[in-house]
Structures are given as structure tokens and as C-alpha cells.
Design a binder for this molecule. Structure first.
Ligand code: C5P
Length: 232
């Protein structure tokens, strides 16, 4: 898939989501559906957005025993989405099982990427709570290598990590990166942010952008600006 901007549709209901997407009369943006919307509206919202012609990243971050994840992925493979994810912390065995479950009888499947460490986890929590006594950057890279070894297509990471992930796992290994803000805007609750242009320079394949587009006075203009800066 070619590089693009993915809009994080973090809305609580189908009505609000579809009203937002109605504002895009022309080309259909690539959208991310997360836990809040999926748990509220179920598979019907995925089908509704798909029927409107959008590409979809279903961001449900699965993490359970391999057999359970495999069976859940089998269900998700019927939803005709483009991209799904899980936690790399579930181990290579879980990631391999997920791939198996996701692959349809005809051999096709959505792309599968792994969350390495959540950006809300800092070094103190990593050491004090998870008992992982390594620099967080090393942990992210090691989990990315596990995902690559299991045959996954990429990871969710910070744009700041995209370069090292590509160096270690290959140029074709996807880096899907949130934490993007326009140069002239605030950061909200994101800690380490980059602009769309900087994310491009750093080698991100997809940037995930929520509030700078969903809360903009003119979301279509914000999306177009974001694509222009990111795609060059
Ligand atoms: O509004 P904003 O641009 O901050 O939205 C970013 C999106 O990316 C949200 O849906 C958020 O949950 C998601 N995300 C993130 N950081 C991660 C993983 C996902 O911000 N490490």
C-alpha cells in the first residue's frame, strides 16, 4: 500500500462518525476505528464505513493466548478491513497464530501490525511495574524484530523510531505512526510529537492523525493539508 494519512475516528457513536465522514464528498480518507467506536457499535460500523468506500485500520490491539487470538482474527478477516493489530507482548507464538487466523481460505488477508510498547508506558513503568530492565528504545526494537520474525507486516511506533525499525526490520516493514501535529498547533496529551513533513523525512509509512483533523473547523482542509505535508 502507498503511504497515506489515516484519520483516527475517535467518536463515541456511529451517528457522529458517519456525520463526520459525510463532510468528505470527494476522495475517501483512510480511517482508523478504535475500541471505543467498535465496542459501542460492533461490526456494523465497520461494514457501514467500508460500504462508503473507505480503507480501514481496525485498531483493536488483541492480546490473549494464541488460540483465542487466532479465532478472533478469523472473525475479523471476514470484515474486509485493510489493517488490523495486536500487542507484540503476546509473544511470537501468538503473532504467528494471529496471522494464521487472519488468512482467508483464498490466501488473502488484511495487513497485520504489532504494538510494541504503548507510548503511555515510560521507562519507570517498564522497570518498576513490568520488570523489564532495558532502555525502552531497545525493547521497542526487539519487539519489532519479534513481529518481523513472526511474519507480520509492521508495527505501530513513534515517527522518531521509524528509522531504526526500518534499518532493523527492512524498508518494506511498515511503520504506522501516531503523535503527529501541525507545526502551528498544540500537542494535546501527546508527549513527543512530529509534524507531517518531519514524519515523512523520518520514514513513516502511515501517519495516524486524530484531533488535528477531527476537531478542526474545516476537517477536509486539515486532512488535505496533512496529506500535502506528509506525501510531499
Ligand atoms: O488525536 P490524536 O492525533 O492524538 O490521535 C492519535 C490516535 O492514535 C488515537 O486514536 C490514539 O489512541 C492512537 N495511538 C496513539 N499512540 C499510540 C498508539 C495509538 O496516539 N502509541
Amino acid at each position: 500500500m502507498a503511504k497515506d494519512v489515516i484519520i483516527a475516528c475517535d467518536f463515541p457513536s456511529a451517528a457522529e462518525t458517519l456525520a463526520f465522514l459525510d463532510r468528505f464528498p470527494g476522495e475517501k480518507p483512510f480511517v482508523k476505528i478504535g475500541m471505543e467506536l467498535f465496542y459501542a457499535e460492533g461490526p456494523a460500523i465497520v461494514r457501514a464505513i467500508r460500504a462508503r468506500g473507505h480503507r480501514i485500520f481496525l485498531d483493536l490491539k488483541l492480546h490473549d493466548i494464541p488460540n483465542t487470538v487466532k479465532k478472533a482474527m478469523r472473525v475479523l478477516s471476514g470484515l474486509d478491513v485493510d489493517l488490523v493489530n495486536l500487542h507484540a507482548a503476546g509473544t511470537r507464538a501468538m503473532m504467528s497464530a494471529a496471522l494464521e487466523g487472519l488468512t482467508r481460505p483464498d490466501g488473502t488477508r488484511p495487513l497485520l501490525i504489532a504494538v510494541t510498547q504503548l507510548t503511555s508506558t515510560d521507562q519507570a513503568a517498564l522497570e518498576g511495574e513490568l520488570l523489564i530492565e532495558k532502555p525502552i528504545g531497545d525493547v521497542v526494537l526487539s519487539y519489532a524484530r519479534n513481529a518481523a520474525a513472526a511474519g507480520l507486516d509492521g508495527v505501530v511506533c513513534s515517527p522518531l523510531e521509524a528509522g531504526t525499525v526500518h534499518e532493523s526490520c527492512g524498508e518494506n516493514f511498515l511503520t504506522v505512526t501516531p503523535g503527529v501535529r501541525f507545526a502551528d498547533a498544540g500537542q494535546d496529551d501527546q508527549k513527543r510529537v512530529t509534524t507531517p513533513a518531519r514524519a515523512r523525512e523520518l520514514g513513516s509509512d502511515y501517519i495516524v492523525v486524530g484531533r488535528p483533523i477531527t476537531q478542526a473547523a474545516d476537517p477536509v482542509a486539515a486532512w488535505e493539508r496533512c496529506r500535502k505535508e506528509f506525501l510531499g
